[in-house]
Design a protein around this ligand. Structure first.
Ligand code: OGA
Ligand code: ZN
Ligand code: ZN
Length: 452
């Protein structure tokens, strides 16, 4: 990441952005019904740095080329401002922008890499007089022109690459229980009408991993309405949406008044849904029915730093997750085998697979590994249920809780199921579609650091 591009404040173990841009002013302490348990005094280990989202500077002058010179296997270009860049010949040829190689209307390459002559080199390279483009004539006679701004955005230097990295994915800001004082909020009506409000929600989801939307109607169907603005609803074996109520012969423990531990939904699917929506249509009026929220990535990072050996058990031992039941006449037996903490190839946390109800009793490891794994899992639970790592929030009727199901664990305190009706409608969204929507809106509303 580029130095100076982002800055962080470290406060009480929290990593905070300088700018509170993503947290609307309505998310003030005391304006929500959230309550936090007293904070523990334990030290929270340092977390990895996070960076801010890219906000393109539209006032910046367009980059201009000065000259280009041919090296062994790269073309070196000088800009009016800044350091020169090198572009590999093979990359230039593979990304030729001429109409034979690139279909503009689809923003897609149509040339085949295997058709590029071996060791393709330019015969002639020429920068236009105004510095706005570069023309390359290749040894085989093929010709292509690249605009300076197109080349500049794709330069192989860390600054440009980090701009694209931030356009690709906004960096998460890991949080602790203090988050209950600045719960990110959005208004249903604004989301339906205002693209800027929608962009803010999508950014907040990527950075903080959850949002409370208020002002939805107190009836089923609002998730479908909202989804038209954001992403399609991803169906599961519980339907496109599902009704969370206390039911006779429940097909899922969520359909009772029991306490639901902090969990991620549908862990037993190999394609675990990315984002969960819980629309509170009627809330339980007595004690209970509160949502519980925790940032599992923060807890996993703590686990790695405080208990590295136990952490390895959770990343290496495969656990069986299973959903074996019948819902509305449909019988299923779904099994996925995964570690409790899955890692990305770059060593970052990918997702935390915690579910009390969906973890199977089959455990296909030697007994001593099972013993070690339970020890590690219980240590993870100690961290997770430490008061500074989770908070409670009781949804009001008409509120929709949206959580990143790959990162934020959710739960629910128990309630007396038959004392009153509690009615929640659930559904899932897909991260690819949500990020796509964020990029499209980002480009429309603010310009983009990365044109296609
Ligand atoms: C669920 C769930 C929470 C609630 O259905 O998966 O976590 O508030 N429900 O009922
Ligand atoms: Zn071409
Ligand atoms: Zn759930």
């Amino acid at each position: 990441m580029q130095a100076g591009w982002h800055s962080l404040l470290r406060r009480g173990g929290n990593l905070l952005r300088h700018s509170a841009r993503l947290v609307p002013p309505s998310a003030r302490a005391g304006t929500t019904t959230a309550r936090a348990r007293p904070r523990a005094l334990s030290t929270v280990p340092a977390l990895r740095s996070v960076s801010t989202a890219a906000t393109p500077d539209l006032t910046r002058p367009q980059p201009g080329l000065v000259k280009a010179s041919q090296g062994h296997d790269t073309l070196k270009v000088w800009w009016r401002e800044g350091e020169p860049d090198e572009f590999p010949y093979i990359w230039l040829r593979d990304n030729c922008q001429c109409p034979a190689c690139f279909l503009d209307t689809a923003s897609s390459r149509v040339s085949r890499v295997t058709d590029i002559p071996p060791n393709a080199r330019p015969k002639e390279v020429c920068v236009s007089e105004d510095g706005a483009s570069l023309r390359v004539v290749w040894e085989d006679g093929h010709e292509g022109t690249y605009s300076a701004s197109w080349l500049h955005e794709r330069a192989f230097n860390p600054t440009q690459q980090s701009i694209h990295e931030n356009f690709y994915k906004l960096q998460p800001e890991l949080w602790d229980s203090d988050m209950f004082q600045r719960i990110p909020r959005a208004s249903f009506d604004e989301l339906m009408e205002d693209d800027a409000a929608l962009l803010k929600l999508l950014e907040s989801m990527e950075v903080l991993g959850f949002t409370v939307v208020s002002g939805a109607r107190q009836e089923e169907g609002e998730l479908h309405r909202l989804s038209k603005r954001v992403s399609y609803l991803v169906p599961s074996h519980y339907g496109t949406t599902f009704t969370v109520k206390s039911k006779a012969d429940p097909s899922n423990p969520a359909y009772t008044g029991k306490y639901l531990d902090l969990h991620s939904d549908l862990v037993f699917l190999h394609y675990k849904p990315c984002v969960q929506l819980l629309h509170c249509i009627t809330q339980f009026s007595g004690e209970g029915g509160d949502s519980i929220l925790a940032d599992s990535h923060r807890v996993a990072v703590q686990m790695r730093e405080l208990h590295p050996q136990k952490f390895r058990f959770l990343t290496d031992v495969l656990v069986n997750f299973r959903d074996f039941a019948t819902d509305e006449g449909f019988q299923f037996d779904i099994i996925a085998r995964k570690p409790m903490i899955s890692m990305k190839p770059d060593g970052e946390i990918d997702t935390v697979n915690i579910t009390t109800t969906g973890r199977d009793s089959h455990f296909c490891v030697p007994p001593k590994d099972a013993v070690g794994w339970y020890d590690a899992y219980l240590t993870l639970c100690d961290l997770l249920y430490r008061p500074d790592n989770h908070f409670f929030y009781k949804l009001e009727a008409g509120e929709i809780l949206i959580v990143d199901n790959l990162r934020i664990l959710h739960g629910r305190t128990g309630y007396q199921a038959f004392d009153g009706e509690r009615h929640v409608q659930g559904g899932y969204w897909d991260w690819d579609m949500m990020r796509s929507r964020r990029r499209v809106l980002q480009r429309q509303l603010r310009g983009s650091p990365s044109g296609v």
